[in-house]
Write a protein that binds this ligand. Structure first.
Ligand code: NAD
Length: 484
C-alpha cells in the first residue's frame, strides 16, 4: 500500500454509479506502482450488470444535465477546471503513482486536463445551429442536440488527460457519460469524477465502470442505449470496439496507435533534431505515447553525425522513479515491460545489437533502457509495429521522394514530423505525408485547441478543438411552411 499523503489514494475503490461507490465484494483488480511493483490500491472490476446499470443511471443524469441552461453548464465546467488546478499536485501524484511518468510531466498533463474543462466550458453555451435560406415560404434552421449517454474507453498511458479529452466536450454538449478507465490506471478517473460531482455536475451524469476490457469495455461499446463510444487505445481493440458500436448503429470515435516518422533533412538543425527525438520517444512517458516519434528517417549525409549526437544524449538520460522526476520513468506495468523486452529480442534477431540500450534493468519496478536501432530497413518488424516504449529505429534516405515514401510506408498515420530550414520542403512534407498531425521543427506541437486524430490504421474521427463538439451532437433540421 502506498503512503504518499498528498496523493490521498484510498485503499480500495468501488464501481462509481450515481455518485456512490459500490461494494467491493466481487471481482477486483489490484493497481500497482510501476516504480516499485508495490500495490497502490484495489479496485472493483465492473460486471456487465454494473455497466448496464451505469448506462440506465446515466440516462437519468442526461435528463437533469441537459435541463440546465448552457450558461450554467459553462459555469460548472469552469468550476471543475479551477478545482483541478487547485488540486493539481494531488492529481499529478496520482498520475505518477499509477502510471509511472515523471512528476513534472504529470503536472503538465493535469494542467492540460484542467484546460480541457475550461476550453469546453467556454464552448458549452456556443453549441449553435444554423439558419438556412430556402425561399420566401419557408423558414429553415438546424439545432445541434446532444446524443444522450456517451461511452468513453480510456487507456493507461495518459489517464487524466485522456479522460478529459472526450468527457469534457461530451458534457459541454449536454450529454451524460459512462467511463471505462484502463485496468492499470483507474484511480485518476475515479477521483476526477468525484471532483466533477463536488463541483456541480449531477452525480448521475458521469459514472465510472473500472474493470477488464471484457466484460466492462465490451459491454459498454456494445450497449444499444449509448449514442457514441469514444475509444482510445490499440488498433486491434479499436477494430472490435468499432464493430460492436456499428452493430447498434452507435457512432464510434477511434483514437488508435501510431508509428510516427520524424524526418531529418540535411539542411535541418541537428541539435533540434536530437532534442525533439529525445522528447518524442524517450523523455515523454518513456515512449508510451500514441504520437511518439518512434521512427527517425534521416538524410544519409548527416546520419552518422545525427546518430552520434543522439546516442550521446540518450546515454545522459537518467532513469528512475517518476516521483523523483528522472528523465525516463518505468514502463506502466510488468506485462508491458515484457512486451517491450520482446521487441528488444525481435530487433536483435532482425538487425543485431542496438547502438545503445536494449536491456531490462535489474531492479524493482518496470524499467528498461532507452534503445536505438540504426540502419533499419523499412520492412523490419521494429520499423513497422508499434512498440509503445522507448525504442527508436533510425533509417536513412537519399532524396526527398525516398524520405516521403519511407514516412508513409507503414499502416499507421497518426503524426509525422520534419526537421528542416527549407520552407518549401516543410510544406511539401505537410502536403505529401499521410498523417493527422504534421509537426515542423517541434515534436508534440499543437494543443487542446487543435484537432487530433489519425489517418489509416490510426483511427477514425478527431478529438480536441471546436469540432470535437460535433462528435457529441447530432443535427436536427427544422423546416416551417410560413406561406399565407
Ligand atoms: P488497449 O486497446 O489494450 O486498451 C485500451 C482500453 O480498452 C482499456 O481501457 C481496455 O480495458 C479496453 N479494452 C480492452 N479490450 C476491450 C474490448 N474487447 N472492448 C472494449 N474495451 C476494451 O490499449 P492500451 O494498451 O491500454 O493502450 C495503448 C494503445 O493506445 C497504443 O496503441 C496507443 O498508441 C494507443 N493510444 C492512442 C491515442 C490516440 O489519441 N490516438 C492516445 C493514447 C494511446
Amino acid at each position: 500500500m502506498q503512503t504518499d499523503q498528498q496523493a490521498a489514494i484510498a485503499d480500495q475503490y468501488g464501481v462509481l454509479i450515481d455518485g456512490t461507490e459500490r461494494d467491493v465484494s466481487g471481482e477486483t483488480i489490484d493497481v500497482f506502482d510501476p516504480a516499485t511493483g508495490d500495490r497502490l490500491t484495489t479496485v472493483a472490476a465492473a460486471t456487465a450488470d454494473d455497466v448496464n446499470e451505469a448506462v440506465d443511471v446515466a440516462q437519468e443524469g442526461f435528463e437533469t444535465w441537459r435541463g440546465y441552461t448552457p450558461a450554467k453548464r459553462c459555469r460548472i465546467l469552469n468550476d471543475v477546471a479551477r478545482a483541478i488546478r487547485d488540486e493539481k499536485e494531488r492529481f499529478a501524484r496520482i498520475e505518477t503513482l499509477e502510471n509511472g511518468k515523471p512528476i513534472s510531466e504529470a503536472r503538465g498533463q493535469i494542467a492540460r486536463c484542467a484546460r480541457h474543462f475550461e476550453y469546453y466550458g467556454g464552448l458549452a453555451d456556443k453549441v449553435e445551429g444554423e439558419s438556412i435560406p430556402l425561399d420566401d415560404d419557408h423558414v429553415d434552421y438546424t439545432i445541434r442536440e446532444p446524443l444522450g449517454v456517451t461511452g468513453h474507453i480510456v487507456p493507461w498511458n495518459v489517464p487524466a488527460y485522456l479522460f478529459a479529452r472526450s468527457v469534457a466536450p461530451a458534457l459541454a454538449a449536454g450529454n451524460a457519460a459512462v467511463v471505462k478507465p484502463a485496468e492499470e490506471t483507474p484511480i485518476g478517473a475515479l477521483e476526477l469524477t468525484k471532483l466533477l460531482h463536488e463541483n456541480g455536475v449531477p452525480e448521475a451524469a458521469v459514472n465510472v465502470v473500472p474493470g477488464e476490457g471484457d466484460p466492462a469495455g465490451a459491454t459498454l461499446s456494445g450497449h444499444p442505449d449509448i449514442g457514441s463510444v469514444t475509444f482510445t487505445g490499440s488498433t486491434a481493440t479499436g477494430r472490435a470496439v468499432g464493430k460492436a458500436a456499428i452493430d447498434n448503429l452507435t457512432e464510434p470515435h477511434l483514437e488508435l496507435g501510431g508509428k510516427s516518422p520524424l524526418v531529418v533533412y540535411e539542411d535541418g538543425d541537428l541539435d533540434v533534431a536530437v532534442a525533439e527525438t529525445i522528447k518524442g520517444i524517450f523523455a515523454t512517458n518513456t515512449g508510451q505515447v500514441c504520437s511518439a516519434s518512434s521512427r527517425v528517417v534521416v538524410h544519409e549525409d548527416v546520419s552518422d553525425a545525427y546518430v552520434d549526437k543522439l546516442v550521446a544524449a540518450v546515454e545522459e538520460l537518467s532513469i528512475g522513479p517518476g516521483v523523483d522526476d528522472h528523465d525516463v520513468g518505468p514502463l506502466a506495468s510488468a506485462t508491458h515491460m515484457e512486451k517491450v523486452a520482446e521487441y528488444f529480442d525481435i530487433g536483435r534477431e532482425e538487425l543485431g545489437e542496438p547502438v545503445t540500450g536494449g536491456r531490462v534493468l535489474d531492479r524493482d519496478g518496470y524499467y528498461v533502457e532507452p534503445t536505438v536501432f540504426a540502419d533499419v530497413p523499412q520492412d523490419a518488424r521494429i520499423c513497422q509495429e508499434e512498440v509503445f516504449g522507448p525504442v527508436l529505429t533510425v533509417s536513412t534516405f537519399a532524396d526527398e521522394a525516398e524520405a516521403i515514401r519511407r514516412a508513409n510506408d507503414v499502416d499507421y498515420g497518426l503524426v509525422a514530423g520534419v526537421v528542416t530550414t527549407d520552407l518549401g520542403k516543410a510544406h511539401r512534407f505537410a502536403r505529401d505525408v499521410d498523417a493527422g498531425q504534421i509537426y515542423v521543427n517541434e515534436w508534440f506541437a499543437g494543443g487542446n485547441e487543435t484537432p487530433f486524430g489519425g489517418f489509416k490504421d490510426s483511427g477514425v474521427g478527431r478529438e480536441n478543438g471546436t469540432q470535437a463538439i460535433h462528435n457529441y451532437t447530432q443535427i436536427k433540421n427544422v423546416c416551417l411552411d410560413i406561406s399565407d
